[in-house]
Design a protein around this ligand. Structure first.
Ligand code: CP
Ligand code: NVA
Length: 314
């Protein structure tokens, strides 16, 4: 059973297929999406808030011919203390796939070990792989000639600013290695990538392509993409004041954008906090691709589900 808990759970030839399929789904939307999930019901169990992930999976499952069921933690017994493991174990007797947003990566790893239905990571504290595949596709659709999506990413410089120890930064450490991109993480001391993510990368077999600096200007220099995420992730609200103070020098401003290549993209997984990790003129500026990036969650996740469905049929 193939799952998608981290970037490297999808093999590199499948990643190429994800990008081509996402492109085809986007172009042909409403006309010829193959019914990869026909007759199937997929459950989405969310223990944290979501706009993009929730809606794009709901619509995507429907467009692939399946039936989505959205289950918010507080509407089911999970909210009264039933474990995510028991919840998913029961649901796996009813449904054909699980999409889970939760805190601990170990919870979704346990679920996948049930081994009866595919599990997709819709964000944990540790990783957000659906976002990173979408971001990579959003870059590739600008840089590729319509066919060589994966190749178009190779050697490109991605500069990431702010919380260099969160789920998005971790996921980019894996994604950049897999896609052959140079990743420069610029953040404050004390927020360096963890030993855990270094170990996960090492186990994947992909060589590291990332570096860490406390100097945002050095990171931005000649970058192809300037990327940021919130300084206070879901579950970290109590640390808000210290995080904001530490990360202030890493806000993406128009001056920082000017250090990147003249055609550099600005990206953000959203939701964005204007005046904090990004200034408003950059967020809505001409180099920003944030709304294409959000839209592409739909096309990319449909492609991921189609590729997994195909692999799990064999
Ligand atoms: N980027 C992202 O995952 O957004 P949501 O939290 O709204 O799903
Ligand atoms: N790092 C953010 C990403 C939100 C999509 C969080 O975990 O809250």
């Amino acid at each position: 059973m193939q799952h998608f808990l981290k970037e490297t759970d999808i093999k590199i030839h499948q990643a190429a297929e994800v990008f081509s399929l996402a492109h085809a789904f986007k172009k042909g939307r409403g006309r010829h999406t193959p019914p990869s999930l026909k007759g199937q019901t997929w459950a989405m169990i969310f223990s944290k808030s979501s706009t993009r992930t929730r809606v794009s999976f709901d619509v995507g499952i429907h467009e692939l011919g399946g039936h989505p069921i959205f289950l918010n933690k507080n509407d089911i017994q999970l909210g009264r203390g039933e474990s995510i493991f028991d919840t998913a174990n029961v649901l796996s007797r009813f449904v054909h796939g699980l999409i889970v947003r939760t805190y601990d990566q170990s919870e979704i790893e346990q679920l996948s070990e049930l081994g009866t239905i595919p599990v997709i990571n819709a964000l944990t504290d540790y990783l957000h792989p659906c976002q990173i595949y979408t971001d990579a596709f959003t870059m590739a659709e600008r840089w590729a000639d319509g066919t060589n999506f994966l190749e178009s990413l190779k050697g490109k410089k991605l500069a990431y600013f702010g919380d260099t120890a969160n789920n998005i930064a971790n996921s980019w450490i894996l994604g950049a290695a897999m896609f052959g991109m140079e990743l420069v993480l610029a953040g404050p001391e004390g927020y360096e990538p963890s030993e855990e993510i270094k170990a996960t990368l090492s186990e994947s077999g992909y060589a590291p392509t990332w570096s860490f600096t406390t100097d945002p200007e050095a990171a931005a220099k000649d970058a192809d993409v300037l990327y940021t995420d919130t300084w206070v992730s879901m579950g970290q609200e109590e640390e808000s004041a210290e995080r904001i103070a530490a990360m202030k020098p890493y806000s993406v401003t128009s001056d920082l954008m000017k250090l990147g290549k003249s055609d550099a993209l600005f990206m953000h997984d959203l939701p964005a906090y204007k005046g904090m990790e990004v200034q408003e003129d950059v967020l809505y500026g001409k180099q920003s691709v944030i709304f294409d990036e959000a839209e592409n969650r739909l096309h990319t996740q449909k492609a991921i589900m189609a590729v997994l469905a195909e692999a799990n049929r064999r």
